[in-house]
Design a protein around this ligand. Structure first.
Ligand code: FES
Ligand code: FES
Length: 178
């Protein structure tokens, strides 16, 4: 259990407890109150700051991560509900090696960001989008990426990056629609 500084008020509440979180294939045990969001657990307790806190109320998508392979908004997900599930963040996207994930590389090649604050969320959504089969055309990409806001308005370049990875995957699999 986390030690509380002498004289400090213990604000963890009566029900703080140890939670096991598996993030990017690494198991962590952290002392959390049930009210702590997955985003705060990642950023404040595990030091994984790739997922960003834009709005903290589910409207921007900057905090997008995967839980059991499905994209979720980490700011609206309670960390305790992720116990025993597989959490993936941008830090774990490309596995153990130094190579970038193809979507990360495509974002660079297509200049798909300016300030970069939304980018980790955009990339986590973009990879999930392809896996979901929702990237058939630009209208579908725009619709299924609509939860990820970019205040720098890099949307055309983001869509270009997604198209590039989609078309590369189609060529690799011999998909006739490529
Ligand atoms: S920080 Fe989670 S949706 Fe904006
Ligand atoms: S690159 Fe700045 S918010 Fe998207």
């Amino acid at each position: 259990m986390t030690a509380i500084h002498p004289g400090a008020t213990d604000r963890r509440g009566p029900s703080a407890g140890v939670v096991g979180l598996t993030v990017n294939d690494v198991v962590h045990t952290v002392d959390l109150e049930p009210r702590v969001s997955l985003l705060d657990a990642l950023r404040e307790h595990l030091g994984l700051t790739g997922a960003k806190k834009g709005c903290d109320q589910g409207t921007c998508g900057a905090c997008t991560v995967w839980v059991d392979g499905r994209r979720v908004l980490a700011c609206l997900t309670l960390a305790v509900t992720c116990e025993g599930r597989a959490v993936t963040t941008i830090e774990g996207l490309s596995g153990d090696g130094d190579d970038l994930h193809p979507m990360q590389q495509a974002f660079i090649e297509h200049d798909a960001f300016q300030c970069g604050y939304c980018t980790s969320g955009q990339i986590m959504s973009a990879v999930a989008l392809l896996r979901e089969g929702n990237a058939g055309d630009d209208a579908a990409i725009a619709e299924f990426m609509s939860g990820n806001i970019c205040r720098c308005a890099a949307y055309p370049n983001i869509r270009a990056a997604i198209r590039a990875v989609r078309d590369g995957e189609r060529r690799a699999t011999g998909d006739a629609t490529a």
